[in-house]
Design a binder for this molecule. Structure first.
Ligand SMILES: [Zn+2]
Length: 481
C-alpha cells in the first residue's frame, strides 16, 4: 500500500517533471539554443536514479528497454540490436544536414558485480545522501549513459539544427563481454555507428578538497596482449630433485620478469600529460613529472623509480607494462611435474611492436626450457591494429578542452588509459574517440568509492555539471555553425 506521504511526493515529482519539460524548451537568454539548466536538473536526476536502480550486471535488457522508451517518448526513434537477446544494445540517431560526418556518443549499460554486504546503501537504490548519489555504475558508466541520453532528448526538444548526425549508442557488455556490445555493433552494424568522432567513458574531472582541479581526457589506450611462459622439464619422483624441474625454472623466470621494467616509451599524449601535470602539482611531486619526460635516460629512470613505488599508474603510463598474474603447475607434493605455466598481463603502448617485444621477453626469460608466446586472448585477438588516436590538435580534442574550460574553468590533460574500453573497437575502425567523465573526488578512491570498488557514488551537483559538459561538447561539434 502506498502512504499518503508517498502519494504527495509522487504528485510533487510529477508536477516538477512537467515543469521541467515545459521550461527546458525555453531558448537561452544569450540568444543561442541553450537548455534551462535549472529545469533540466530534476529530469537528469530522475533518469539517473532510474538507470542506477536497474541491476544491469550482465543482464541489460530491462535497462535497455527503459533507455529506448525514454528516447521514443521524447521523439528520438531508437532501435534495439543484439546478438544475445538478454543483453541488447540501444541505438538512436538525430539527423543532421550531412555537411560533416557523424558524431557518436556512447555509454555502457552494464556494470561490474557487487558484494551487497559491503554496501551501506543498497547498490541499486540510487540513494541520495549528503549530496551524493550511491549505487553501482554511478561513475562507471551510468554517468555517461545519462548525460548522452539527456543530450539526445534536449537536442530533439530544442530542435537544434545539426551539421552532422548525432548517434547515440547505449552498449551492453563493456565489462568483459564487449563481443555482444561494441564488438557486435562494430562487426555487424558498423555503417549505423560509423562516425568521425566518438565520446565515451575513460576520462574524468579530478576534484580535490572539494574543487575541480583539472580534466583528464582519454585520447589513447594501451592494448592488452597476454603472454604465457611454459616451462618444460622431466617428470619424476619428488624424493629425487632434478635440475630440469619445470617449477624451479619457471619461478626463476617469473622473478626476472617481475624485476624488469621495459624502456620508457612516451607518445604525444603521455608526454603532454606529464608536462602539464608538473605545472599543477605541488613542487615536491612536480619534479618527478618533469624529470620523467627528460631526454636524459638517467634522469627519467630515477623519476620512474619514484613513480613505480609511489604512483604505479603513472609508471605504467610510461611503457608497455608486464605483470605476472597467474601461475600454474604441479598437482602432488611428491611428483615433479613436467610442465608449469605463468601468464603475464601485458599492456602495450600503441606504437609497440608485438614481435620485437616478444623477443625482448624471451631475452629476459633467457631459458631454452621455457616457451614464450602470446596467449591470443588479447582484446585485439592477436592481429595488429593501427588505432585512430585523437590527436591533441584535432577538432575533437580542442572542442573538449574548450568545453571543459567553459563548464569547469580548469585545464585539460590528455591521458592514456592503462586499461581498455570499448573505444578500442571504434578506434581500430578509424573513429577518433575521446574519453570523458564526471568530476570525482580523488579522496574517494582510498575511501572505497572508486570505479569497481566495494561502493560507488557520484556527487549530485557533478551529475548536472557533467550533463552540461556533454551538451557543450556535442553542440560545439555538431550544431549548425
Ligand atoms: Zn566502464
Amino acid at each position: 500500500m502506498i502512504s499518503p506521504g508517498a502519494r504527495r511526493r509522487q504528485r510533487a515529482q510529477r508536477l516538477l517533471t512537467a515543469a521541467a519539460v515545459g521550461a527546458a524548451v525555453a531558448v537561452g537568454a544569450q540568444g543561442g539554443t541553450q537548455p534551462d539548466w535549472k529545469a533540466v536538473e530534476p529530469e537528469a536526476l530522475r533518469h539517473f536514479q532510474a538507470v542506477v536502480r536497474f541491476d544491469s550486471t550482465a543482464k541489460e535488457r530491462p535497462l535497455a528497454e527503459y533507455v529506448k522508451k525514454v528516447l521514443d517518448d521524447n521523439g528520438v526513434p531508437a532501435q534495439i540490436l543484439f546478438s544475445d537477446p538478454d543483453r541488447p544494445n540501444v541505438l538512436a540517431r538525430l539527423k543532421g544536414s550531412g555537411r560533416k560526418r557523424p558524431l557518436l556518443i556512447m555509454g555502457h549499460t552494464d556494470t561490474v558485480t557487487v558484494d551487497r554486504s559491503k554496501w551501506h546503501f543498497p547498490p541499486f537504490s540510487a540513494t541520495l545522501d549528503g549530496g551524493y548519489i550511491y549505487g553501482r555504475g554511478t561513475i562507471d558508466d551510468k554517468d555517461n549513459l545519462t548525460a548522452g541520453l539527456l543530450t539526445m532528448i534536449l537536442l530533439k526538444r530544442l530542435n537544434v539544427p545539426l551539421d552532422r548526425d548525432v548517434v547515440f549508442l547505449a552498449e551492453a557488455g563493456e565489462e568483459g563481454a564487449s563481443r555482444i556490445g561494441a564488438g557486435y555493433m562494430v562487426n555487424e552494424h558498423f555503417p549505423e555507428i560509423e562516425a568521425e568522432y566518438c565520446l565515451a567513458e575513460g576520462g574524468d574531472i579530478v576534484r580535490e578538497n572539494g574543487a575541480a582541479k583539472y580534466a583528464e581526457v582519454e585520447t589513447v589506450e594501451k592494448f592488452p596482449n597476454g603472454i604465457e611462459l611454459v616451462a618444460h622439464g622431466i617428470a619424476g619422483h619428488g624424493s629425487i630433485p632434478l635440475k630440469s624441474n619445470a617449477i624451479a625454472h619457471l619461478g626463476a623466470a617469473v622473478g626476472r620478469i617481475g624485476e624488469w621494467r621495459p624502456d620508457i616509451k612516451l607518445n604525444e599524449t603521455t608526454a603532454t600529460y606529464f608536462r602539464k601535470l608538473a605545472t599543477l602539482a605541488p613542487p615536491d611531486q612536480a619534479r618527478y613529472y618533469r624529470d620523467v619526460v627528460s631526454p636524459d635516460p638517467k634522469v627519467a629512470r630515477a623519476a620512474d623509480d619514484w613513480l613505480y613505488e609511489n604512483e604505479p599508474r603513472h609508471s605504467s603510463m610510461l611503457r608497455t607494462s608486464v605483470s605476472p598474474n597467474i601461475i600454474q603447475g604441479g598437482y602432488r607434493s611428491n611428483v615433479i611435474p613436467s610442465e608449469a605455466k605463468a601468464t603475464l598481463d601485458v599492456r602495450m603502448v600503441p606504437d609497440e611492436n608485438r614481435e620485437t617485444f616478444l623477443e625482448q621477453v624471451k631475452k629476459i626469460v633467457n631459458d631454452p626450457a621455457i616457451d614464450v608466446r602470446y596467449t591470443g586472448n588479447g582484446q585485439t585477438g592477436g592481429e595488429r591494429i593501427i588505432p585512430a588516436v585523437a590527436r591533441l590538435d584535432s577538432e575533437v580534442f580542442k572542442t573538449v578542452e574548450a568545453s571543459v574550460t567553459k563548464v569547469y574553468n580548469v585545464p585539460t590533460l590528455p591521458s592514456m588509459s592503462t586499461g581498455a574500453t570499448d573505444m578500442q573497437r571504434l578506434r581500430s575502425k578509424g573513429v577518433q574517440c575521446v574519453g570523458i567523465g564526471a568530476a570525482i573526488d580523488v579522496e574517494d578512491q582510498a575511501r572505497g568509492f572508486g570505479m569497481h570498488s566495494d561502493q560507488e557514488r557520484l556527487l549530485e551537483s557533478e551529475l548536472y555539471r557533467f550533463v552540461r559538459l556533454n551538451w557543450e561538447i556535442v553542440t560545439s561539434l555538431a550544431a549548425r555553425k
